[in-house]
Design a protein around this ligand. Sequence first.
Ligand SMILES: Cc1cc2nc3c(=O)[nH]c(=O)nc-3n(C[C@H](O)[C@H](O)[C@H](O)COP(=O)(O)OP(=O)(O)OC[C@H]3O[C@@H](n4cnc5c(N)ncnc54)[C@H](O)[C@@H]3O)c2cc1C
Length: 403
Amino acid sequence: MLTKARNLRTGRSVWQGERPPRFPKQGITKDIESDVVIIGAGISGAMQADALSEAGFSVLVVDRRGPVRGSTPASTALLQYEIDQPLTKLKRQIGEEAAIRAWRRSRLAVDGLGSRIRALSIAPVIRRDSLYLAGDVLDVAALKQEHEARRHAGIENAFLDAATLGERFGIDRDAALLGYDNIEADPVVLATGFLRMAISRGARLAWPVEIVDLDAKPRSVSLRTRDGHRIRCRHLVFCTGYELPFGEMPKGHGVLSTWALATAPQKRSLWPRCCFIWEASDPYLYMRTTPDGRIICGGEDEDFVDEDKRDALMGQKTKAIQRKLGKLLPGVSTEADYTWTGTFGASTTGLPTIGPMPDLKNCWTVMGFGGNGITYSRVGAEIIRSGLLGKGDPDAELYAFRS
Ligand SMILES: Cc1cc2nc3c(=O)[nH]c(=O)nc-3n(C[C@H](O)[C@H](O)[C@H](O)COP(=O)(O)OP(=O)(O)OC[C@H]3O[C@@H](n4cnc5c(N)ncnc54)[C@H](O)[C@@H]3O)c2cc1C
């Protein structure tokens, strides 16, 4: 099996309350060729298609489900440069120079993504600051060190002590870091917008089309669809989300389960500046708002992928998220209009795996793991475009496959 199908999500996410994106169904009925084939029409495949079609490649995107029907509609879509692994901890894992580069690259990726969304007029770019609350991963002293480390890396942020946090945000915690200029997005709108841009430049989108086998040769890749047709390409890019190529997990990566909810609109109860809020805790709670005043809150991650078990826990996990949300922000309503659960990724460093696949010539992958999946979809689009253009990327080694 090239990529084993999973039950990626259950329940109804807040983005599924809107009209689903419409792309005409178009299968593959004969053998065809393309410079690049992208497997997966979620947010990663959409950004990749945008980047590669603009670079002049002929692009074919295929998806067995259909466009934007995998994990992407489950995303809570906090587009953050702050990666799951604090800079102080990442330094200990991969060294100071590499850790600073990884953090800076995420900062650049969020800025680059915002610029791209604006340049293509895909959606309004809503900038949000983020509050990172002291918890069991970083206490007050460790948070202060994290503040200094980020400053040293050129990443502006402010340390708020308990009194300031209480005064400015009405939150009762020991301390927090205030970061600036992340982006609040609707992931379905973004993925749809990038796909449409690519299509307007001649990219083809074929669905439902499942790729079941591949033969990577020195100068090309030959793919076989479930219906038995052949697709020949110079380059293949896996953007298959948590349905990993050959089911192989790169070193340090894991797949888990997560839960989320969206409340009814409550514009009057929201906190100052509607910043993102998340915790330096494991597991962590995180939240954001939507333009119509809902609170999206998620977390309660569990270290398993058994989908039946995951779905059976939905009621219990929703209540836990509601309880924690109500405790942190006593003035808000925690009643949920939408509840959902999904498969999620994590890595020990908080970094994804992006780049050429070992032992498979001309095959690339974006495994945008973890809470920064969409930020890493952007990094993936940048690195792979440079790779296919033969230019290389100064940070490629940070994200390369490790065995
Ligand atoms: C609850 C939740 C909250 C999240 N919150 C955030 C967040 O706040 N911020 C953030 O940055 N990230 C977040 N993420 C992560 C982010 O959503 C994911 O990284 C992102 O959606 C993955 O997109 P993708 O395009 O890589 O995968 P997908 O959207 O899953 O798309 C992959 C596609 O590949 C197709 N496919 C697979 N195999 C084949 C094959 N053999 N042939 C044809 N098609 C195939 C599938 O059908 C699927 O449509 C969250 C994820 C979840 C579940």
